[in-house]
Design a protein around this ligand. Structure first.
Ligand SMILES: [Zn+2]
Length: 384
C-alpha cells in the first residue's frame, strides 16, 4: 500500500476536527487505525466516553496474548494525543483546518500540539514495519482527551485495560525535536473561602469572603516550596488562574472560589503539597476540590537507551543533546506507571511558542526530522 508522508498525514489529521471540548476523536482514531491495520498492525480502540476514542496499535512480533509484545523483549512505545485545544477568540488569518503550507510552515489547529508529531510517529512506524518485515517491536498509544488533563491516558492506565510493560516510551509533544528526559507534574485544585452574607450597608453583620480569599491568596503568592531545585526542571511553581465570588455590589459576599495550578518536581510528595497548601490557606480558605493530580516524570540521563537516542539525535540536531526537561505535563504521567516504569523521552516536532494560539504552525522540516528520528529509534530498538 501507499504509505503517506508525514506532511500529507499531518494535513489529513488537521482536517479531522478534534477540538476538546468536545473532542470527538473517534473518526481520527479510526482513520489512523485503518492505516495500521492495512500494514499488518494489531489495533484496539478504547472509549472513555461516547466517541472519545483512544487507539492502541502494535506489531505482533511474537505470538502473544493481550496488547503488545510479551515475549522476551518489550516493545518500544510511542505516545501522542489526538485532541486539540479549541479555537481561540482571535480570528485566524488562514483556515485552521486546511493545513496550508507557506514556505517551511504548515499552518493549522493542532499542527504543533501535536498532529505533526502523531503523523510523524505513524508514518515512521509504518515505514519501520515494512523495512523490518514486521520485526520491529513497537506499540503506539494515541489517546483522546489529553488537553483536559490526560483523560484518555488515565483511562488507559486503569488496571483492567491490561497495558503491557514496555521497554521505553517516546512522547511526541512539542520540543522542537530536542530529546527531553523529564517533565514536571501537576496539581490542579479549587480553594474556597466562606463568609456570611449581609446587606452592604451593614457590613459588620456579615463576614466578607472576598477579604478572606484575598488574605489567603496573598499568602499563596508568597509561598515557597520547602524543596531544593531539581537540576533539570528547576523549582516547583504555583499560579492562581481563576477567581469567582460575590453576588452583587450591595451584598457582603458569602463565597469565593479560586483555582490553583501547581507544577511539581521529582522528589516532592503530592500528599505533602496538599497539606502545605492547606496550612497556607489557614483559617481563611480550604481546598474544596482536587481536580487533577499527575506526577512528574524523570529518567536518568545515563540510561543506555537515553544515550542511544542522544546518539540518534546528534546528527539531526547537529550537536550532542544534553539533559533537559520541560515544564508542561504529558500523558506520560498517567502512562508510565501502567507501562512498567520505562525510561521516557519527550521528543516532538512542534514548537511550544506556537501552540494553543491563533495561527498555530509546525515547521515542515521539523516534522520530517521527527519522522526520521522516530524511524531510527524504532529500527534500533532490539538491535543493539
Ligand atoms: Zn499536547
Amino acid at each position: 500500500m501507499l504509505i503517506m508522508n508525514p506532511i500529507d498525514l499531518t494535513r489529513r489529521l488537521v482536517a479531522l476536527k478534534t477540538m476538546n471540548p468536545p473532542g470527538q476523536e473517534r473518526d481520527c482514531a479510526k482513520f489512523l487505525g485503518a492505516l495500521f491495520e492495512k500494514s499488518g498492525f494489531k489495533t484496539r480502540y478504547l472509549e472513555f466516553a461516547q466517541a472519545r476514542t483512544c487507539l492502541i496499535a502494535w506489531t505482533d512480533v511474537r505470538v502473544c496474548t493481550g496488547i503488545g509484545g510479551q515475549g522476551e523483549q518489550r516493545p518500544v512505545c510511542f505516545s501522542g494525543h489526538l485532541d486539540t485545544v479549541p479555537l481561540g477568540v482571535i480570528p485566524w488569518s488562514r483556515d485552521p483546518f486546511s493545513g496550508s503550507i507557506e514556505g517551511d510552515k504548515l499552518y493549522g489547529l493542532g499542527t504543533s500540539d501535536m498532529k505533526g508529531g502523531v503523523a510523524a510517529m505513524v508514518t515512521a512506524a509504518l515505514r519501520a514495519a515494512r523495512a523490518s518485515h514486521g520485526k520491529a517491536n513497537m506499540m503506539l498509544i494515541l489517546s483522546a482527551g489529553e488537553e483536559a488533563g490526560c483523560q484518555g491516558a488515565s483511562f488507559l492506565a486503569q488496571a483492567d485495560q491490561h497495558l503491557p510493560p514496555v521497554g521505553a516510551l517516546v512522547v511526541g509533544e512539542p520540543t522542537l525535536n530536542y530529546p527531553c528526559i523529564a517533565h514536571k507534574g501537576v496539581i490542579w485544585l479549587d480553594a474556597q473561602a466562606d463568609g456570611l452574607a449581609a446587606h452592604a450597608s451593614v457590613p459588620d453583620k456579615g463576614i466578607n469572603a472576598i477579604y478572606k480569599a484575598a488574605r489567603a491568596i496573598l499568602r499563596l503568592q508568597a509561598f515557597s516550596f520547602p524543596t531544593p531545585n531539581n537540576p533539570i526542571l528547576g523549582a516547583p511553581t504555583l499560579n492562581i488562574g481563576t477567581i469567582a465570588g460575590g453576588n452583587a455590589i450591595n451584598i457582603v459576599p458569602e463565597r469565593v472560589t479560586f483555582a490553583v495550578d501547581i507544577r511539581t518536581i521529582p522528589g516532592q510528595s503530592h500528599a505533602a503539597i496538599y497539606r502545605q497548601v492547606e496550612d497556607c490557606l489557614g483559617v481563611d480558605a480550604r481546598i474544596s476540590n482536587r481536580r487533577l493530580d499527575c506526577p512528574p516524570v524523570e529518567t536518568d540521563a545515563n540510561h543506555p537507551w537515553i544515550q542511544d537516542v542522544f546518539g540518534i539525535m546528534e546528527p539531526i540536531l547537529k550537536a550532542r543533546p544534553v539533559p533537559r526537561g520541560i515544564n508542561y505535563f504529558t500523558d506520560a504521567s498517567a502512562l508510565v506507571p501502567a507501562l512498567g516504569n520505562p525510561p521516557v523521552i519527550i521528543l516532538g516536532p512542534g514548537d511550544l511558542a506556537h501552540i494553543h494560539k491563533t495561527d498555530e504552525y509546525c515547521r515542515v522540516s521539523n516534522i520530517e526530522a521527527a519522522e526520521e528520528a522516530y524511524y531510527q529509534i524504532m529500527m534500533k530498538w532490539g538491535n543493539n
